[in-house]
Design a protein around this ligand. Structure first.
Ligand code: AMP
Ligand code: ZN
Length: 466
């Protein structure tokens, strides 16, 4: 298996520390709001990675954190706490916010056939681990107290910038806009391990520590949760590219300062999903969630298919137009699979099965080339091998692709689409009754965007899919 390793910036042969079991850690969601489909693109890539490892014969132990501790937008004692912001917005406690959005995230992953990792752990369940780790770093003079907080001294690490491949100057330019320096820090890049509540009377989540009541920094949770479940030698650590600096850079610095040896060998990062205006975010533009796609009449697995068509290391631009195109392809694919299902005959051709399975594996083993893997699936459908063999191959490939190829029928998606159209027509009727003509026009446009033209007649509204 070949994987692109951000550490070293090249495609490398993957050799796990323990050949029997691969350990894999993925940074989990910050649960102060719904996940947007960009976040979910990263979880789809990680899901494909885990399933590929299984497919080629590895057993995988995977852990993921849930960031339920509020974090500030900066390392100084200023900025916004996202969890508190969520709680104020929704008149809930921060704990309720965390539970609510963890469940929402889980539902989204289910809709997209993203396997829930074997180990999922909340950041708030590991406070003692953080305190222990920070104490060791303090004892070794790698961490230091300043201004009421505990910081990690990056000057004690010789290769602090290795993962990002950048220098201090470049990185500080990138983050300068949001980082307000704490004047007590020894170096501008030093990051917080523990913040005390000395300057935060309203901090909702806080715990006692040897350094005062407070809360942990963001980076420490992933190091500790990973080590708690996956040990001192981690094979693969994943996240989106925005995690490279500072999050993963800091995870490496503190973990290796603790362990005195390399912690994780392979760092894999998924490129972003962007919208037409640039990077997708939870606070800017249309907040694209799985539920919104459903409200617009899309099947969630069409989005999974849309992601699999491109390589995880390429930026992907989202538009409804391209999603619609992907959905049409996905529906056609289901239609072709249905034909195979209806006409299964003959005996499985072992040689043909192996030939295609090898090609499929080869595509995925080549740094998770999912679009080539889909091409192999299309080649199977085109081939004149018997349908029993085709069926077995589709079933096998879907263990990784997870597109419900043998479960979902095109007609189910069509039925869902028709139900959506009727719902929209009803909503428009109500809008007109309420004299909300702007909303009625909006609905007409929404339908038009999905190639549904409506016409009001004496018998009611009729529609045509063009
Ligand atoms: P967060 O909930 O903000 O901590 O992000 C969860 C995951 O989504 C992290 O692995 C991020 O790197 C990733 N991520 C954030 N924005 C995007 C995006 N636009 N496209 C793909 N992944 C993203
Ligand atoms: Zn993390």
């Amino acid at each position: 298996m070949k994987l692109y390793n951000t550490l070293g910036r090249k495609v490398e042969e993957f050799i796990p520390y323990n050949k029997k079991e691969v350990t894999m850690y993925t940074c989990g969601p910050t649960v102060y709001h719904y996940a947007h489909i960009g976040n979910l693109r990263t979880y789809i890539f990680e899901d494909i990675l885990e399933k590929t490892l299984h497919y080629i014969g590895y057993s995988v132990k995977r852990a993921m954190n849930i960031t339920d501790v509020g974090h500030l937008t900066s390392d100084a004692d200023t900025g916004e706490d996202k969890m508190v912001k969520g709680a104020i917005r929704e008149h809930k406690t921060v704990w309720e916010i965390a539970d609510f959005y963890t469940e929402a995230f889980k539902r989204d992953t289910e809709k997209l056939n993203i396997k829930w990792p074997e180990i999922v752990s909340k950041a708030t369940d590991h406070i003692d681990d953080y305190i222990q780790m920070i104490q060791v770093l303090l004892d070794r003079d790698i961490a230091y107290p300043a201004g009421g907080n505990i910081y990690f001294d990056v000057s004690k690490v010789s290769d602090y910038y290795e993962l990002s491949g950048k220098n201090a100057e470049d990185l500080m330019v990138g983050v300068r806009d949001d980082v307000e320096e704490d004047i007590h820090k020894r170096n501008p890049a030093d990051f917080g391990l523990w913040f005390t509540s000395s300057k935060f009377d309203d901090q909702a989540m806080k715990w006692d520590s040897p350094w005062g009541v407070g809360y942990p920094g963001w980076h420490i949770e992933c190091s500790c949760i990973s080590m708690a479940y996956l040990g001192e030698h981690l094979d693969i650590h994943c996240g989106g590219v925005d995690n490279i600096f500072p999050h993963h850079t800091n995870e490496i610095a503190q973990s290796e300062a603790l362990l005195n040896h390399q912690w994780c060998k392979y760092w894999c990062h998924g490129e972003h999903l962007n919208d037409s205006t640039g990077k997708m975010s939870k606070s800017k533009g249309e907040f694209l969630t799985v539920s919104l796609l459903e409200e617009k009449g899309f099947h969630p697995l069409s989005y999974r298919y849309f992601c699999l068509k491109s390589h995880y290391r390429n930026q992907l631009v989202f538009s409804y137009e391209s999603l619609k195109q992907a959905e049409n392809e996905y529906k056609k694919l289901l239609q072709r699979v249905a034909k195979v299902k209806e006409t299964r005959f003959g005996e499985k051709d072992i040689d043909a099965f192996k030939k295609y399975q090898d090609r499929f594996k080869e595509a995925l083993e080549n740094d998770l080339n999912t679009s080539s893997a889909l091409t192999v699936l299309y080649d199977v459908l085109k081939d004149d091998i018997n349908h029993e063999t085709k069926y077995a191959l589709i079933e096998s490939f879907d263990q990784v692709l997870s597109l419900d190829l043998l479960l979902t029928e095109k007609k189910e998606i069509d039925a869902q689409f028709e139900a959506w159209i009727l719902e929209k027509i009803e909503e428009r009727k109500q809008a007109k009754v309420n004299k909300d003509f702007a909303r009625a026009d909006e609905i007409r446009e929404e339908l038009k965007e999905k190639n549904v033209l409506i016409k009001d007649t004496r018998e009611g509204t009729i529609y045509e899919i063009v």
